[in-house]
Design a protein around this ligand. Structure first.
Ligand code: 4AD
Ligand code: MG
Length: 430
């Protein structure tokens, strides 16, 4: 009976079949050790020469690192192994003998490993990261459904910019041109006027020439938008989403966090909720006392985010940025029109901005003015302005970057390891 390796502890004393790959093999005289993996887990298979047929012994000896194989054997309890079990192998059926595997035990440089990304994904660390990523994506969707949001996917080909025109990827579109989306937000404003509360979750593209540990040119973003939701409720929704997600990872991916040597204490603190909120003006004043040379009116740089978040053990919200530094669609606070009803959520442990959100301008005239001020082509935004002509309502939303969330929760040094095939300024391969 074929089982997956993760199920092996439930089969102690039984004969099972395992299909997978050898991530390591070694033999000494009359005993061979096959380190097996199948994506669900890892187990050691022990082949004893005198207990198997000559054919099976020869087959075991022929296996190389990353050969694919089907083995049968008895699951035995083994207190020393991390999974608590071991396999006493009875039969060995190689599926394909692998050529010499380019990734070995020795230290490899990141560029080399990135060139070998299609093979590097098989390492236990990369596997663990991708399982955590899966958990995060799943819990994002689960949370949105629990809160009554409908998934309404935004398009990837778009005729115009949303977050500013400087970082668009232009593509040929028959006899015309199009851009790869930087954000699905504007479309979410339309779908949420139809369905009340909607979200999209897909790849977004930015041609920012940023070579930092936080930037990809292709990244995934969940963007939520809700009619009648104000700025305060928007922040609470973001906090609840992050709390839900961190809890799910702690519950379901403890083994992977362990592989990653992720200290879970800081995450347990985050799971309690109660994220501090401070205004942009207070954040700037605080940063100045902490030694930053930031001036009122500057955007928070990566260093500022790090210095500021080091003061807290939970993610923080920085809200009410000056109108000038933020996107055209953000609603100025009626009680303080120099500042917008926006928020950035900054993750702790030096990870910085993971969410950007705001209440949107719902007044037609003001929105027209802002589009003009930002020198955006009005014709392209007529459909968006229609949303203010036909039953405009106060509404808010946000976007959470998946890769930055994964990097933070896994505590990785760089976002490049959070996605199967990263796309960056200097990398399009494999
Ligand atoms: O703050 P941003 O630009 O917000 C928007 O796009 C809004 N339209 C969202 C909305 O309100 N619907 O981006 C949101 C998040 C950032 O906080 C960050 O997590 C992620 O997207 N992000 C990136 N992640 C990786 N690489 C990049 N180059 C990223 N740019 C933004
Ligand atoms: Mg932002």
């Amino acid at each position: 009976m074929p089982i997956s390796i993760s199920e092996a502890p439930k089969h102690i004393g039984q004969e099972v079949e395992i299909r997978g790959w050898c991530f390591n093999v070694r033999s000494s005289g009359s005993i061979a050790f096959l380190q097996l993996r199948d994506g669900s887990g890892r187990i050691q298979g022990v082949v004893v020469k005198n207990d198997v047929t000559v054919g099976d012994w020869d087959a075991a000896k022929a296996l190389t690192i990353e050969s694919s194989v089907i083995v049968t054997g008895m699951v035995r309890e083994d207190k020393r192994s991390p999974s608590g079990v071991e396999l006493t192998v009875k039969t060995v059926e190689p599926v394909a003998i692998a050529a010499e595997f380019p990734i070995g035990k020795k230290e490899h440089g990141t560029d080399f490993l990135m060139d070998q990304r299609h093979l590097w994904l098989r390492s236990s660390r990369q596997e663990a990261i991708l399982r955590v990523r899966d958990e995060i994506e799943f819990s994002f969707r689960e949370f949105m459904r629990l809160r009554g949001f409908i998934l309404a996917d935004s398009p990837v080909f778009t005729p115009n910019a949303c977050e500013g025109t400087s970082d668009l990827f232009e593509v040929k579109y028959f006899d015309d041109k199009a851009y790869l989306t930087q954000s699905g937000q504007l479309y979410q404003e339309a779908t949420s006027s139809a369905l009340g509360k909607t979200y999209c979750f897909g790849p977004t593209f930015r041609s920012e020439k940023s070579k930092t540990r936080r930037h990809l040119t292709e990244f995934w973003m969940l963007e939520a938008e809700a009619s009648f939701m104000d700025f305060q409720d928007n922040m609470q929704l973001q906090e609840d989403l992050v709390v839900h997600t961190v809890k799910r990872v702690l519950e379901n991916r403890a083994a992977d966090l362990k592989i990653l040597e992720r200290d879970t204490k800081p995450l347990e603190t985050v799971a309690q909720g109660g994220f501090p909120r401070l205004s942009y003006s207070d954040a700037v004043a605080k940063l100045q006392t902490l030694g930053s040379d930031i001036k009122y009116g500057d955007d928070l740089g990566a260093d500022d985010e790090t210095i500021l978040t080091q003061q807290y053990d939970k993610p923080i919200f920085v809200h009410h940025y000056p109108v000038e530094v933020k996107a055209f669609y953000m609603k100025p606070d009626p009680a303080d029109p120099k500042h917008v009803l926006n928020d950035d959520m900054l993750a702790p442990e030096g990870y910085g901005e993971v969410i950007g959100g705001s209440q949107r301008i719902d007044d037609l005239k003001l929105l027209e003015e802002r589009i003009a001020q930002h020198k955006l082509p009005k014709e392209a935004f007529e459909w968006y302005l229609d949303l203010r002509r036909y039953g405009s309502v106060p509404h808010s939303g946000f976007g959470i970057g998946l890769e930055r969330t994964v990097a933070w929760i896994c505590k990785l040094p760089h976002v490049r390891e959070t996605i199967p095939f990263p796309r960056m300024l200097s990398r399009l391969n494999p």
